[in-house]
Design a protein around this ligand. Structure first.
Ligand SMILES: Nc1ncnc2c1ncn2[C@@H]1O[C@H](COP(=O)(O)OP(=O)(O)OP(=O)(O)O)[C@@H](O)[C@H]1O
Length: 367
């Protein structure tokens, strides 16, 4: 991976979990490659990426359910290779809740303290605190079967939190919930994490969920971290073509630098010429340019530095925004979005596309 990704890793001093050159292979299949992450105490860090990119495997290595093929994993500065999962100061919440079906809510939550043989009064007090925390007071005598998906997940979270872990590992914890409940639980979980100050390492393939909840996101692709940064940075300054395409919606062009002036690059693409702000590029260099649909502007006149002509294909009403698709001469499609339909234009109209070059992102072709 690039140097710039490595330098965005936080210093070791305030990290609670460190992955240093961690790799994992199943047979000949290397599914996690050269992974370096420093997770800070109290941080909400999300591993985000498409199915099969190695998120769960990474989480399972931190938890101790999977052994790293090489590299070092530290929790609170101490290497955990030789420690069993229960000896690590981490707890895991799974997508399928993994509750004990024959036990009541109370007993499920109490489980971690019971196996540690804590006094009865302490267990009752702590379980009641947890019930309050996850808003399940009154449900203590129910069995998991008599709970909704959201309630089951709250029990799973309470059960994981009762031991006061330093780090909570969450593997797609909201994956089984319907959209509305999922959104509600996202807010609840984030609030809970802030309130308790516990470090969360969260796995999801849902980019919107990651953007909403995380302090930082590690975007993974084929076992590699492509970018590790804040949601805002990831959204506004994607470092690779993959990140630009995976997070939110983007129009992505492949092109070549034909000129540069005051930090603005002129770029030739098969759809036409365009402008983008970019540093560290030279004339003749290949690159990708990414522009979000909300920043694309249209005009009947040509705009200085741009020669992106297209024909409006259709308008799609998306609820809050109207998305317009434009056919370009190279058979690619550019999308732009507005809160309301642009009354000046109709399907079939020829238009010029342009944008503020500072809103577009120049990405090195090697990435
Ligand atoms: N025990 C195993 N044996 C062999 N291959 C495995 C094993 N566990 C995972 N893999 C493979 O490792 C790769 C990464 O899997 P992993 O579950 O970490 O991906 P993921 O990003 O969490 O995906 P998803 O979002 O679908 O859960 C996949 O190709 C998977 O098939």
């Amino acid at each position: 991976m690039s140097d710039s990704v490595v330098t965005s890793v936080m210093p070791d001093s305030d990290s609670i979990v460190s992955l240093i050159d961690v790799e994992k292979s199943f047979g000949k299949n290397k599914v996690v490659k050269n992974m370096n992450i420093e997770i800070k105490e109290g941080e909400f860090l999300t591993l985000l990426g498409p199915s099969g990119c190695g998120k769960t495997t990474t989480l399972r290595m931190i938890a101790g359910f999977e052994e790293a093929s090489c590299g070092t994993i530290k929790v609170q500065g101490v290497s955990v290779e030789d420690k069993e999962p229960f000896e690590r100061d981490v707890n895991t919440v799974f997508q399928n809740y993994a509750l004990f079906p024959h036990m009541t809510v109370f007993d499920n939550i109490a489980y971690g303290l019971k196996i540690r043989k804590r006094p009865k009064e302490e267990i009752t007090k702590r379980v009641n605190e947890m019930l309050e925390l996850v808003q399940l007071k009154g449900y203590e005598n129910r069995k998991p079967d008599a709970l909704s998906g959201g309630q089951k997940q709250r029990v799973a979270i309470a059960r994981a939190l009762i031991n006061n872990p330093k780090v909570l590992l969450l593997d797609e914890p909201l994956g089984a919930l319907d959209l509305k409940l999922r959104k509600q639980m996202q807010v609840e979980l984030k609030r809970l994490q802030k309130k308790l100050g516990i470090t969360f390492v969260y796995v999801t393939h849902d980019q919107e969920e990651a953007l909403t909840m995380s302090d930082r996101i590690a975007v993974m692709n084929e076992g590699v971290i492509e970018q590790l940064a804040t949601p805002r940075e990831i959204y506004n300054r994607p470092l690779t073509k993959f990140v630009a395409g995976f997070i939110g919606e983007s129009n992505i062009f492949d092109g070549e630098v034909t000129g540069l002036e005051d930090g603005i690059l002129s770029v030739k693409t098969s759809a036409g010429t365009l402008k983008v702000k970019g540093e560290g590029f030279h004339v003749g260099e290949s690159l990708h340019v990414s522009i979000r649909p909300e920043y694309v502007k249209v005009s009947t006149d040509t705009v200085d530095g741009f020669n992106l002509m297209g024909t409006i294909k259709d308008f799609t009403y998306m609820g809050t925004v109207v998305k317009t698709s434009v056919d370009m001469k190279d058979n690619t499609e550019i999308k732009y979005s507005r809160f309301e339909k642009d009354e000046d234009f109709q399907e079939g109209d020829s238009i010029n596309i342009y944008w503020n070059p500072e809103r577009a992102v120049a990405i090195k072709a090697s990435k």
